[in-house]
Design a binder for this molecule. Structure first.
Ligand SMILES: Nc1ncnc2c1ncn2[C@@H]1O[C@H](COP(=O)(O)OP(=O)(O)OP(=O)(O)O)[C@@H](O)[C@H]1O
Ligand SMILES: [Mg+2]
Length: 470
């Protein structure tokens, strides 16, 4: 086509030239032809070059888009907490992210890794090649450069079966898997078909979810137990009184007193639970201000003195006299009350309780230390749970429902602080909580601060407080 057009154009050109210059010499004719051919070649090459350049720009643009898409996909995969493993129909791992290396035995590429060189994965393979890394051969199950096989990466039959079923039946398969490691973890594995040649498996870590569910179940079991105990006593005493003991002059007052004590116990329990749910749902309004710590501690120490004396326990206070904290005074009293109450009631006869405080980097750490029986390490991580009581047999003898520390923990957190416990069985325990340090009211030109921002020193402490509260 091009040849015919060129020949026709040349014939036309020759005809026009002969008509225009019938007597032209051969040399002049050649000169004209060469000039015209030169001009044409110039414009044609410019046109071709422009087309070539735009095609090149388009290719570069496409490559840029692909690279950017790969970069984004790599970043998304790397940031996922969920382990992602993609295998082909031959059960070879073609792609996985770093999180997946915690669940199956695949080399840790430090980013999402490419582990395949052949196959028909089409878009996925070419789309991810640029951000890919070959697995380290010494760690890799595929020493020969072959992609790792899923069966080599994990021996877990549930995982292998889920991938096989999803690949074979081309449907979504869900299963729960438990993997033993330094600490056993539970995963919800979802495997879904991806196109016609791949399947993608996503591991969701459900360990914490299951733990919370267990805590919730135990809470309700404990709650009904805690409520049933005083209720049974109330029923028993009231029935005894109704059955004639009301006329028993020697015992009726004692029975009514017991009835009252158990009713009081139930009321306390219910008030603690409603306190706790108000704190947890954020419904508790706190009135922050600068509180002179020594005053708050001394008040609680004095309040606890009678019950401490009953057990022969002494309470010592070692708090700097000029230390102010940002707190709601009532709630700070509740925190200290619970901690000192525990330190006294779980102490030994003739033991000691020390409340101390020190300031460090805009925070005040308050410690309540006792010389009691201590808390076994298995219980230590759970004592802040609602209704949890360590050493049930001993705790049953001591009054309490196991709500105190749960309330304390939430109150400390709503002040922007943290609480921790350390204990040694047979020696005693130490509970330490932090609160933001406050400027003394006199340092603020005598103005009594009303808000938490007024109360904390300017600069770092405010930032710390706001960060924690967020
Ligand atoms: N200082 C301590 N020494 C030893 N064991 C402690 C101490 N503080 C707390 N515990 C253990 O932690 C458990 C939970 O404490 P928490 O204050 O939440 O409940 P409680 O004191 O039993 O009841 P409540 O505070 O609701 O009256 C206690 O039952 C006890 O077993
Ligand atoms: Mg308590």
């Amino acid at each position: 086509m091009v040849t015919v057009s060129s020949v026709l154009a040349f014939a036309l050109y020759e005809t026009v030239k002969t008509l225009l210059f019938p007597r032209i010499s051969i040399i002049a004719s050649h000169v004209i032809t060469i000039t015209v051919a030169g001009i044409l070649a110039f414009f044609l090459s410019r046109y071709a070059l422009a087309r070539y350049n735009s095609a090149l720009t388009e290719i570069e643009r496409q490559a840029g888009i692909t690279k950017e898409a790969n970069r984004l996909l790599s970043a998304v995969l790397a940031s996922l907490q969920e382990g992602v493993v993609i295998v082909n129909n031959a059960m070879e791992v073609v792609l996985y992210n770093t999180a997946a290396t915690r669940m199956v035995k695949l080399p840790d590429g430090g980013q999402e890794s490419w582990a395949h060189r052949s196959g028909d994965e089409g878009e996925v393979r070419s789309g991810l090649r640029s951000g890919a890394r070959e697995p380290q051969s010494e760690e890799s199950p595929s020493l020969s450069g072959r992609p790792p096989r899923l069966a080599d990466a994990t021996r877990d039959p549930a995982i292998n079966e889920a991938f096989r079923r999803a690949a074979g039946e081309r449907l979504l398969v869900e299963t729960r898997v438990e993997l033993a490691g330094r600490e056993a973890r539970a995963y919800q594995l979802q495997v879904a078909p991806l196109g016609s040649a791949l399947v993608v498996g996503v591991f969701h870590d459900i360990t914490e979810l299951e733990r919370l569910e267990k805590v919730r179940r135990e809470f309700f079991a404990n709650l009904s137990h805690e409520l049933r105990t005083p209720l049974t006593a109330i029923l028993a005493f009231s029935e005894t009184l109704l059955g004639g003991a009301i006329d028993d002059r020697e015992n009726n007052v004692r029975f009514i007193e017991k009835l009252h004590r158990h009713a009081e116990r139930m009321a306390e329990l219910i008030s603690d639970i409603s306190d706790l749910s108000a704190i947890e749902s954020g419904g508790l309004k706190l009135a922050f201000g600068p509180v002179l710590l020594i005053d708050a501690v001394s008040e609680i120490a004095a309040l606890m003195e009678p019950s401490a004396a009953e057990r022969g326990v002494t309470i010592a206070v070692s708090v700097p006299a000029d230390l102010y904290v940002v707190a709601d005074p009532t709630r700070l009293g509740q925190i200290l009350n619970n901690l000192v109450d525990n330190a006294v009631k779980f102490n030994r006869q003739g033991g000691k309780v020390t409340v101390s405080a020190e300031e460090k980097e805009g925070q005040v750490a308050v410690s309540v230390e006792d010389s009691g029986s201590g808390i076994p390490s298995a219980d230590l991580s759970r004592i802040f749970e609602r209704l949890y009581r360590a050493d049930k047999s001993r705790s049953r003898k001591v009054e309490g429902s196991g709500l105190g520390l749960a309330i304390v923990k939430h109150l400390v957190q709503s002040h922007g602080g943290e609480i921790s416990a350390a204990s040694e069985v047979g020696k005693g325990s130490r509970f330490t909580f932090t609160l933001p340090v406050a400027l003394a009211p006199s340092q603020k030109m005598g103005a009594a601060p009303q808000s938490i921002q007024d109360a904390v020193p300017q600069g770092d402490s405010t930032a710390v407080l706001e960060t924690r509260r967020a």
